[in-house]
Design a protein around this ligand. Structure first.
Ligand code: NAD
Ligand code: IPM
Ligand code: MN
Length: 327
């Protein structure tokens, strides 16, 4: 069986790390892929006026799964619609510390389960008069229950004992009150144990004691910010993959952006993107191959070449070649 994969490299280092992930997937003999490339991002917008051409949208809608690199200034015009195109309701963002790396915090193994459809990401903003603007934050019971169901199932299936529901219901009493109530009810109905945490204090606890956390279920914007915070705990954004999971489609992308500060130099860390490809393998049912890719990345991080963000001087290509060698 051949799996059709939409490949959307985008801008900046997206153009550098996406081919690395494709090369790794191509090196897996047990699985056949047909990669079809699509354009999106700043460059295509400058050329055509549209950051996400209809063709690319359709490519992602029709593929078995999508690999996305990163976009630059147009990122919101690209990735937010793409997350909708694949019908993703859960954004899964694992943050792990790797042996051998001087992580700020060792023994970190946290998976953020980020709500992926609503909150401030509905994009309902207006300027009601000069100097006065508003943003409408949408929280629904359905989406809150759905992300909590996903989060509790994920914790159970993957052996995480600690589940935390992040919220700010002391201020956003109605919206986060609903999120907290709906997510807690899911935990209660399942007889699961869980904690709830105000997200400001949670940010501090994550920095000081990340070992105390496993699965963190969060509203959309909180998941965006807390996952970058966790990247800082384990060695940076070059290490964090993610999966956007829908009912019957999914998109895989690193948590990082187009990194204009290092783009074009061939020194981006491909690990986040390669680990996203491992999540794609899991999603298609190739858990064994997904594990093999993770082990290869882990081995290279421990004792192989490293890119400058991790203190080394290796290129993206050298790290990718080392991962493929390990496979
Ligand atoms: P960023 O994630 O691009 O970069 C933040 C920092 O992390 C930079 O110093 C960068 O060099 C470093 N970094 C990120 N990925 C790395 C990697 N793989 N290897 C080594 N270092 C890496 O975030 P930013 O600088 O805030 O945003 C830059 C652009 O990216 C903006 O235009 C933003 O809109 C866009 N962005 C896009 C996405 C996306 O497409 N999904 C996500 C976040 C930001
Ligand atoms: C991410 C990014 C996106 C987000 C932006 C670029 C729209 O920061 O994937 O983390 O906020 O979700
Ligand atoms: Mn982000």
């Amino acid at each position: 069986m051949t799996h059709e994969i939409a490949v959307i490299p985008g801008d900046g280092i997206g153009q550098e790390v996406t081919p690395a992930a494709v090369e790794v997937l191509e090196a897996i003999d047990a699985v056949d892929f047909d990669f079809i490339e699509g354009e999106a991002g700043d460059a295509v917008k400058a050329e055509t006026g549209e950051a996400l051409p209809e063709e690319t949208r359709e490519l992602a809608a029709d593929a078995d799964a999508t690999l996305f690199g990163a976009a630059g200034e147009t990122a919101a015009e690209v990735i937010l619609p793409l997350r909708q195109v694949v019908g993703s309701f859960a954004n899964v963002r694992p943050a792990r510390s790797y042996p051998g790396l001087d992580a700020v915090q060792p023994d970190t193994d946290i998976v953020f389960i980020r709500e992926n459809t609503e909150g401030v990401y509905k994009g309902i903003e207006s300027e009601i008069s000069e100097g006065v603007t508003t943003c409408t934050r949408v929280i629904t019971e359905d989406a809150s229950e759905k992300i909590a169901e996903y989060g509790f199932s994920y914790a159970k299936q993957n052996g995480y004992d600690d589940v935390t529901i992040a919220h700010k219901a002391n201020v956003m009493r109605t919206t986060d009150g609903l999120f907290l109530g709906a997510a807690s009810a899911v935990g209660d109905d399942r007889g699961a144990s869980y904690d709830t945490a105000l997200m400001d204090a949670l940010a501090m606890h994550l920095v000081m004691n990340p070992q105390d956390y496993g699965v963190v279920i969060c509203p959309n914007l909180a998941g965006d910010m807390l996952s970058d915070l966790a990247a800082g705990l384990v060695g940076g954004l070059g290490l964090l993959p993610s999966a956007n999971i829908g009912e019957d489609n999914a998109l895989f992308e690193p948590v990082h952006g187009s990194a204009p500060d290092i783009a074009g130099e061939g020194i981006a860390n491909p690990s986040a993107m390669i680990l996203s490809a491992a999540m794609l393998l899991d999603h298609l049912g190739y858990d064994e191959q997904g594990d093999a890719v993770r082990t290869a990345v882990e081995t290279v991080l421990d004792s192989g070449p490293r890119t400058p963000d991790l203190g080394g001087d290796a290129s993206t290509d050298a790290v990718t070649a080392a991962v493929i060698d390990e496979l």
